[in-house]
Design a protein around this ligand. Structure first.
Ligand SMILES: Nc1nc2c(ncn2[C@@H]2O[C@H](COP(=O)(O)OP(=O)(O)O)[C@@H](O)[C@H]2O)c(=O)[nH]1
Ligand SMILES: [Mg+2]
Length: 318
């Protein structure tokens, strides 16, 4: 058993203007991934909301909502202590609210000044939020995004950013953005190489490994995949898988694998169990999702090689 004291705690900051969608992001994540809500009284006048979740039994994620309401903004910005020891940052910009882009960029820059002083050197994750599925193909929205990316990069040449399109109507987009930071701070990147190797050996279009909470531990997508296919076929499928995993977590479904054939392909989702120590009673549960081609014997080959993959990933994670 991992003792309580072995838990490593990570501080993840969720920020952006008021109405950017931070609380909604948190609610969606909380419901799906068993984050628990907490409120801390930092000063009588200001309460900071944070949600916490334990992942893979040894990492505790604390997700802080640093609101962008004018009156609180000054409180945070003048007390950099709130931002100390940050492990990851998600900054939400409401892509639908063009009128407030300038204000949002100003607030981002106030935060970046603080982080520069604190010598923060991880990537900064910018979420173009409320990028709902119906806007994905609108040139106007993509143009707004290009303009913002350009502006942010040019104004902050020494900082590293990652950009995501997120929407509460696409739960996968939320987990994707959050997991991307996790992957980095939990040093899970080398698991990606194992998945890549596996995908190449068994002709997988994509393969993802989710934690017991539905956060992405590692993922691989064939690089020739076109973005349209990714948006229209893969994302809806992964959202469906996340629903399925949630049903498994809630014990609404008893099966532990699902195989679907279509045309020359198949998709496969499976629950994987990891025992971290000999004789441990409660294994850690992971979820796998992949798509591959129906070449002769491929389904059986994949199934029979999963345990090797799992062993390799286990070495990396634990
Ligand atoms: N269309 C759309 N609306 C959203 C999305 N996320 C949040 N909202 C809405 O935006 C408003 C502000 O959200 P809220 O989470 O309260 O923002 P906060 O002030 O940053 O915490 C609410 O009406 C939400 O329903 C999204 O992804 N798409
Ligand atoms: Mg809020």
């Amino acid at each position: 058993m991992v003792q309580q004291s072995d838990l490593k705690v990570y501080k993840i900051i969720l920020s952006g203007l008021d109405n950017a969608g931070k609380s909604s992001y948190l609610i969606a994540i909380r419901k799906k991934y068993n984050f628990w809500e907490k409120v801390e009284d930092l000063k009588p006048t200001i309460k900071i909301d944070y949600s916490t979740c334990t992942i893979l039994r040894k990492h505790q994620l604390n997700l802080w909502d640093m609101g962008g309401q004018e009156k609180f903004r000054n409180i945070y910005v003048n007390r950099p202590i709130y931002f100390e020891d940050t492990d990851a940052i998600l900054y939400l910009i409401d892509i639908q609210d063009e009128i407030r882009f300038e204000e949002s960029i100003d607030y981002l820059h106030e935060l970046l000044d603080i982080y520069r002083d604190l010598e923060y050197n991880n990537e900064i994750n910018i979420c173009f939020h409320k990028f709902d599925p119906e806007y994905k193909n609108l040139e106007e929205f993509n143009e707004r995004k290009r303009m913002l990316v350009d502006l942010i990069q040019k104004s902050n040449p020494k900082m590293a950013f990652r950009f995501f399109d997120t929407s509460i109507y696409n739960i996968y987009s939320l987990t994707r953005a959050l997991s991307s930071s996790l992957n980095k701070i939990l040093f899970l990147e080398s698991a990606d190489n194992k998945l890549k190797e596996f995908a190449e050996n068994f002709s997988c279009d994509y393969i993802l490994l989710f934690s017991n909470k539905g956060l992405i531990i590692s993922d691989y997508y064939k690089d020739v995949m076109d973005l349209k296919e990714y948006d229209t076929k893969i994302i809806p499928k992964l959202n469906e898988d996340l629903e399925f995993f949630q049903a498994l977590i809630d014990n609404k479904v008893k099966i532990d694998e699902k195989l679907d054939f279509f045309e020359g392909n198949f998709t496969y989702v499976k629950t994987l169990l990891i025992l971290t120590t000999e004789g441990e009673k409660k294994p850690i549960r992971l979820f796998l999702s992949l798509k591959s081609t129906r070449e002769e014997g491929n389904v059986d080959l994949i199934k029979s090689n999963l345990s090797t993959l799992l062993e390799e990933v286990k070495e990396i994670i634990f």
